[in-house]
Ligand binder design. Structure first.
Ligand SMILES: NC(=O)c1ccc[n+]([C@@H]2O[C@H](COP(=O)([O-])OP(=O)(O)OC[C@H]3O[C@@H](n4cnc5c(N)ncnc54)[C@H](OP(=O)(O)O)[C@@H]3O)[C@@H](O)[C@H]2O)c1
Length: 324
C-alpha cells in the first residue's frame, strides 16, 4: 500500500510517499480502505519528534481517517461496506489501508462526505470536550477562539452555537482567514492586532465567558484580561511556540479560571467517553445543526505540502489528504 512516511525527524519536507506492506490484521481490529486522512498540528510536531508521542522512525503519519470497512470482527458495531471515520491517535492514518481497534471506529452519517469525514473526529471531539466537559459552556454564553481559521478554530466556529453559545468571536491574523472564519459561523471577527481592545468594545467592556486557546504565546495574558467574571480560559495548544506562564493574582482578582484541556488523555482515561461524545455530535451532524467541515484536500503525493501548510501558517480550515 502507499503511505506518507517520516524517515527522518526533519519536518514536513521529510515526508516521503512509500510503498509498504499493509498492516497485519488484528482479531479486535477493523480493516479500513482509507479514502482520506485528516491533517492536524500534532502531525507537524511529530515530523520533528516534538510531540509527546514519539514513535520510532520510520513511521506513517496521521491521527484520523475516513474510509470503507473491508473487514470487521463479527461482534463489531460496523461491517464490511460501511462508511466510517476512525481515530488512530496518532500515526498510521495516511495510508491506503489501516487496522483500527473497533472502539475507535464510528459510522459516518450519509450526509457527510468521506473527505469531510476525515476532518471531523479529531477537532470536533476536542472542541466538544473543551466546551462541554472542561469549559462548562452554558446557554447564551460568549465564546472567543484564537487561531479561528485553523482546524480547531473552524471546528469551534462550526460547533459552538449548536452546543449553546450565544456569540462566537473569532481572532485571526489575515483578511483571508477572516473570510474563512465568517464562512464557518463566526458572529464577530477581530484581527490579532489589537484584538483585546476590539473584543472589549464588542462586549461593552464585559469580556467573554470562554476563551478557547490553541495558540498560546504572547496573547495569553490578554486572554485572561479578556474574560468576564467567572470566565474560563481553555488551554488547548501552543501553535505560537512559547508556553505561557500565569500570574495567579489575575485569576484571584477577576474570579476567572485557566483550565487545561487535553482531549486525548481524557478519552484514554475515561472508557466509553469517545462513544458518548459521538452519540451527541453525530445527530447534530445529521440534522445539520453542525455543518460538516469543508476541507482543503491534497492528493497523497502532496502530503508534505499539506502538513507544511499548518507549519507555515497558510492553512485555512481543515486540511485533509486524499488516499483514493
Ligand atoms: N488539547 C487537545 O486535546 C488538542 C487536540 C487537538 C489539537 N490540539 C492543539 O491545538 C493546536 C491547533 O491545532 P490545529 O490542528 O487547529 O492547527 P492549525 O489548523 O494549524 O491552526 C492553528 C492556528 O494557530 C495560529 N497560529 C498562531 N501562530 C502560529 C504559528 N507560529 N504557526 C502556526 N500557526 C499559528 C494560526 O492562526 P492565525 O494565523 O490566524 O493566528 C493557525 O490558523 C495545536 O497546538 C494542537 O496541538 C490540542
Amino acid at each position: 500500500m502507499r503511505a506518507a512516511q517520516i524517515g527522518t525527524l526533519e519536518g514536513p519536507e521529510a515526508i516521503r510517499i512509500v510503498d509498504i506492506p499493509e498492516p497485519a490484521s488484528d482479531p479486535g481490529g477493523v480493516v479500513v480502505d482509507v479514502h482520506a486522512a485528516g491533517v492536524a498540528f500534532p502531525d507537524v510536531l511529530m515530523t520533528r519528534g516534538l510531540y509527546q508521542m514519539k514513535p520510532e522512525v520510520p513511521f506513517v503519519l496521521g491521527g484520523e481517517l475516513a474510509g470503507i470497512v473491508r473487514e470487521a470482527p463479527h461482534d463489531a458495531h460496523v461491517r464490511a461496506g460501511d462508511r466510517v471515520v476512525a481515530l488512530t491517535l496518532l500515526g498510521n492514518a495516511m495510508a491506503e489501508t489501516a487496522v483500527v481497534p473497533a472502539q475507535m471506529v464510528f459510522a459516518l452519517p450519509d450526509n457527510v462526505s468521506l473527505e469531510a469525514g476525515a476532518g471531523v473526529l479529531f477537532n470536533d471531539l476536542t472542541v466538544h470536550f473543551c466546551l462541554r466537559t472542561r469549559g462548562r459552556l452554558a446557554a447564551g454564553e460568549t465564546v472567543l477562539v484564537h487561531g479561528a481559521a485553523g482546524g480547531i478554530g473552524t471546528s469551534t466556529l462550526r460547533m459552538a452555537a449548536a452546543l449553546g453559545a450565544g456569540r462566537v468571536v473569532a481572532v485571526v491574523s489575515t483578511e483571508e482567514k477572516a473570510t474563512v472564519a465568517r464562512a464557518n459561523g463566526a458572529t464577530d471577527v477581530v484581527s490579532t492586532d489589537g484584538w483585546l481592545h476590539a473584543v472589549r468594545e464588542l462586549t461593552d467592556g464585559r469580556g467573554v465567558d470562554i476563551v478557547l486557546d490553541p495558540v498560546g504565546g504572547n496573547r495569553f495574558t490578554d486572554s485572561i484580561r479578556c474574560l468576564a467574571p467567572a470566565g474560563r480560559l481553555l488551554v488547548v495548544g501552543f501553535t505560537a511556540g512559547d508556553i505561557p506562564t500565569v500570574k495567579v493574582n489575575r485569576l484571584l482578582l477577576n474570579n476567572v479560571e485557566v483550565v487545561g484541556a487535553a482531549w486525548g488523555a481524557w478519552a484514554m482515561s475515561h472508557p466509553g467517553y469517545l462513544q458518548q461524545q459521538w452519540a451527541e455530535v453525530e445527530p447534530l451532524l445529521v440534522s445539520g445543526a453542525i455543518a460538516p467541515p469543508d476541507p482543503v484536500v491534497y492528493p497523497l503525493d502532496k502530503a508534505a505540502e499539506a502538513v507544511a501548510s499548518l507549519d507555515n501558517r497558510t492553512a485555512t480550515g481543515k486540511v485533509v489528504v486524499a488516499l483514493r
